[in-house]
Design a protein around this ligand. Structure first.
Ligand code: ARG
Length: 561
């Protein structure tokens, strides 16, 4: 039931269509005020009357019925109460029937969304800075899929550039296949750092690195075998983290994939008169748009990050015919995205408007012991391991007899990391604190997971029940919970509209809190049969919706904790 549409269609208001009206309708801050409200000041300009007068007129013309049971005009707001029994019955029936599909939709049918996220760099450590792009991107994949879109999750690997020539030189001088296989990314980082130190003393190393990079490009076997080894090691290492975080990709087409796809772009830019020479380099001038030029080719003819992104965007449009193509990348790259989006626009690609830079803020660590020092990076792997270990010790002290403690600790620890990273509006810089994300009494993932386990334990302790739609007289605790449950579908949709998984974390906390108030104040087992069945239906619905919410974030629930 779309109440907003329903109310809008019943409002006798000339000059505005139902969709417009419905978009003005809000949910008041508390249920006492009503279930929906129309702020009439939004209509004042169109109707040329005061909000108070509009509210009064609309109220007088509104016919209450089985769906909307009450309407009142207060201070320029028109407040509606829905038939709460009817709403509760329909809602709980739907949640219990749809289960893990509750909240899903087919609004995305026949539309494809490409999501470029995580996009790690080969041979570079996977550090805490990659946490946001990885979990935001992965959650957006799940959210869009849930809404019926076809989703292509893309890891646009950083697998191209002179640094790979340096790495080969360093490898040949100071490492071996055995060492790389054993020490993995640590070894690659070690020799890369060593290369830079040594090259300061002996600049000829840089020439050699350039030579090797050229060899990779020219398809030389030895150079490419080494590059493939570095790539394999990196993907194996990050693969472990992806597995822990429930992250998957549909494509690993990285920067080098576009090596043979850039020339047509350069030709097109040139034939459209967009390419200019500047100090030997080829650029697209963006001065008119208040931006520095977009570099397309260096003086030596080699391509740049932007060139590969142009080729990638065109490739994705041709291959997937996307409805939207999202780039989940830190705000430090704002300019880069603005520039290459503009270049595509200037090339006459009308779909350039469908490219979205989903920018997010920086993550730093509060815990000094693990923070970045002397150029040392904080590995994501270590953050997850440390959080899981802490979760394990909290569980040990709170619930020493819990079965499967390791499994629970893993779900709680990784969940806390993911939830913590998704909790704030994504553009905010966040300071990550293990103690904070693991606080069982705070606004955290363990709190939500604990609520699911609590629901589960009630259900386990009670007999099977069949909800037949009987709704007894409700207390405000019960109706507040119902009204939270009823918001889920809209929250999922708006989190997709705004590319904000944080709407879902916020919602999960609100729902858990409404549930816990209900749980503390309303006796379930031992109540008269009809009340008991209704309350059990609330418990089961809460478990379902919280589980669905956490699943969209990539977080597992546990039956006991
Ligand atoms: N590898 C890049 C980095 O670490 C991110 C790539 C983002 N995606 C893109 N299509 N540019 O900064």
């Amino acid at each position: 039931m779309d109440y907003k549409q329903y109310i809008a269609s019943k409002l006798n208001c000339t000059g505005l269509n139902v969709d417009e009206l419905s978009s003005f309708i809000e949910v008041p801050p508390t249920n006492e005020l009503g279930d929906f409200a129309l702020p009439c000041f939004k209509l004042a300009k169109i109707l040329r009357k005061s909000p108070v007068a509009i509210a009064e007129d609309l109220k007088n013309a509104f016919q209450v019925d089985d769906v909307i049971s009450q309407v009142s005009a207060i201070n320029g707001y028109l407040n509606f109460k829905v038939n709460r029994t009817g709403k509760t019955k329909t809602l709980l029936t739907e949640i219990l029937y749809k289960g893990n599909l509750y909240g899903s939709s087919d609004i995305g049918l026949n539309k494809t969304v490409c999501i470029d996220f995580s996009s790690v760099n080969i041979a570079k450590p996977f550090h805490i800075g990659h946490l946001s792009t990885t979990v935001i991107g992965s959650s957006l994949c799940k959210i869009f899929r849930f809404l019926g879109y076809k989703v292509v999750g893309i890891n646009h690997l950083g697998d191209y550039g002179t640094q790979f020539g340096k790495l080969i030189v360093a490898f040949k001088k100071w490492s071996s296949v055995e060492a790389v296989n054993e020490l993995r990314l640590k070894e690659l980082t070690r020799i890369y750092v060593k290369f830079h130190d040594e090259a300061e003393l002996d600049p000829s190393l840089d020439d050699e690195a350039r030579r090797y990079f050229k060899l990779i490009e020219d398809g030389d076997k030895e150079a490419n075998d080494l590059f493939e080894l570095f790539k394999k090691i990196t993907l194996e290492e990050v693969g472990k983290i992806y597995a822990q975080l429930n992250v998957t990709f549909d494509s690993y087409a990285g920067e080098s994939f576009y090596n043979d796809k850039m020339q047509p772009i350069v030709d097109e830019l040139s034939s459209k008169g967009l390419l200019k020479k500047s100090e030997g380099a080829s650029i697209v001038d963006l001065e008119e748009y208040g931006m520095p030029p977009c570099l397309i080719l260096k003086a030596d003819g080699s391509s740049l990050y932007a060139t590969r992104d142009l080729a990638a965007a065109v490739y994705r449009k041709n291959t997937y015919d996307f409805y939207k193509c999202l780039y989940v990348v830190a705000y430090q790259q704002n300019l880069h995205f603005k520039q290459f989006f503009k270049v595509l626009d200037l090339m006459g690609k009308d779909w350039a408007n469908d490219l979205v830079h989903v920018a997010y803020g920086m993550v730093s660590l509060e815990d000094g012991a693990m923070s970045t020092r002397h150029g040392k990076v904080v590995l994501l792997e270590d953050v997850i391991a440390k959080t899981v270990e802490k979760a394990r010790s909290v569980i040990e002290s709170k619930n020493p007899d819990l079965p499967d403690k390791d499994k629970v600790a893993k779900a709680v620890g990784t969940g806390a990391v993911i939830f913590g990273a998704l909790q704030n509006n994504k553009i905010k810089d966040i300071v990550f604190s293990i103690d904070k994300v693991l606080n069982f009494d705070g606004e955290t993932c363990p709190y939500v997971q604990y609520t699911v386990a609590r629901c589960n334990s009630v259900l386990e302790r009670s007999d099977n029940f069949t909800f037949k739609g009987n709704i007894p007289e409700m207390t405000s605790f019960e109706y507040d919970l119902v009204s939270e449950l009823g918001k889920f579908s809209d929250v999922v949709k708006s989190s997709a509209d705004k590319y904000e998984p944080s709407f879902i974390t916020r919602y999960a906390l609100d729902l858990a809190s409404a549930f816990n108030k209900f749980y503390i104040n309303c006796k379930i087992i031992g109540s008269p049969e009809d009340i008991k069945v209704f309350r059990l239906a609330l418990v089961k619905s809460t478990k379902t919706v919280l589980t669905n919410a956490l699943t969209l974030l990539g977080i597992e629930t546990v039956e006991k904790m």
